[in-house]
Design a protein around this ligand. Structure first.
Ligand code: C2E
Ligand code: MG
Ligand code: MG
Length: 300
């Protein structure tokens, strides 16, 4: 038995226990609106509180869970848990949109739509407050992907493309799939202040996304210089260590409550806007592209 296989089996057995003994936890990272300074959303990011190895990041176990198929159960757990948390915050006066990552296997699982529908119903979550994050690599079969995305849209949930720019798929999917958000991969954000061409790509992606009536999140924003550049390119939302790392649920709640009372001068482009509460506006249920057209008009 190779060490790799041994490690794989250990992880696989460990994950069964993790699900049974509630060792999985979600951390939450705020996403800020670059114009108003509001917390526009939080992204749920899974961790494994391992009894021997401590807190494990997702990349230590999600690939194995994907190979063994356990990711479907793990992903369903994360979806339910994230919606429960978002709903609890909403009831406590913090109505914030929650973003949940889906794996390729979950995206093509026969019961994906049923599982999302049940979760929304059981947690009483408004569908427009849930955003599912997918990656370009999941769209290998455009016909099937379109059907799945149309079904998700009919439930009223939002869809984001995560790690945008790292895949090799054709851009044509952007015109045919019902999408709401593009998340620019952090590799572009990191390069943007160092290399002129990377900044050009960021500017191009933002302009293209806005033409397609999509919202743009910059991932992995670590410095004020990066954020200033993003503001100058009209990027909508910012997520990264500059504002906050992923936090436990109580930490994230404290962070959001403190944010309400903080002036906006620390946010580039937000200095002339009055302080505003977290997620002040409830997103309206979205039925078609005209909704996004109106949103784009309001942005201008
Ligand atoms: P992602 O969805 O692109 O999540 C963003 C990752 O970037 C997170 O890593 C986050 O901690 C990290 N990050 C955020 N801001 C910064 C920054 O300013 N600088 C740097 N260097 N990193 C930053 P994390 O939590 O380790 O998650 C890694 C990936 O694991 C996620 O990438 C996502 O693809 C996957 N993942 C996380 N949770 C889940 C889940 O519940 N289900 C599935 N299927 N995948 C998940
Ligand atoms: Mg993500
Ligand atoms: Mg990402």
């Amino acid at each position: 038995m190779t060490p790799t296989l041994g490690r794989h089996l250990e992880l696989c057995r460990g994950l069964i226990e993790a699900l049974q003994h509630e060792q999985l936890v979600l951390h939450y990272q705020p996403v800020l609106d670059l114009r108003s300074g509001d917390v526009a959303a939080v992204e749920a990011l899974i961790r494994w509180q391992h009894p021997e190895h401590g807190l494990l990041p997702p990349l230590d176990f999600i690939p194995t869970a994907e190979t063994t198929g356990q990711i479907v159960e793990v992903g369903e757990w994360a979806l339910v848990q994230a919606c429960r948390q978002a709903q609890a915050w909403r009831q406590d006066g913090l109505p914030v949109r929650i973003a949940v990552n889906l794996s390729a296997r979950q995206f093509s699982a026969p019961d994906l739509i049923g599982s999302v529908e049940r979760t929304l119903r059981d947690t009483n979550m408004p569908p427009g407050m849930l955003e599912l994050e997918l990656t370009e690599s999941m769209f290998a079969d455009p016909t099937t992907s379109t059907v799945i995305l149309e079904c998700l849209r009919s439930l009223g949930v939002r869809v984001a493309i995560d790690d945008f720019g790292t895949g090799f798929s054709s851009l044509s999917y952007l015109t045919r799939f019902p999408l709401d958000t593009i998340k620019i991969d952090r590799s572009f954000v990191a390069e943007a202040t160092r290399r002129k061409h990377a900044a050009t790509v960021v500017g191009f992606v933002v302009a293209m996304a806005h033409e397609l009536e999509l919202q743009v999140v910059a991932e992995g924003v670590e410095s004020e210089d990066q954020e200033r550049l993003l503001v100058s390119h009209n990027c909508d939302l910012s997520q990264g260590f500059l504002h906050s790392p992923p936090l436990t649920a109580p930490e994230c709640e404290r962070w959001m409550r403190q944010r309400i009372s903080r002036p906006l001068t620390s946010i580039p482009g937000g200095a002339d806007v009055e302080d505003r509460p977290v997620a002040r506006k409830q997103p309206q249920p979205r039925s078609n592209r005209s909704h996004r057209r109106r949103a784009a008009g309001a942005r201008a």
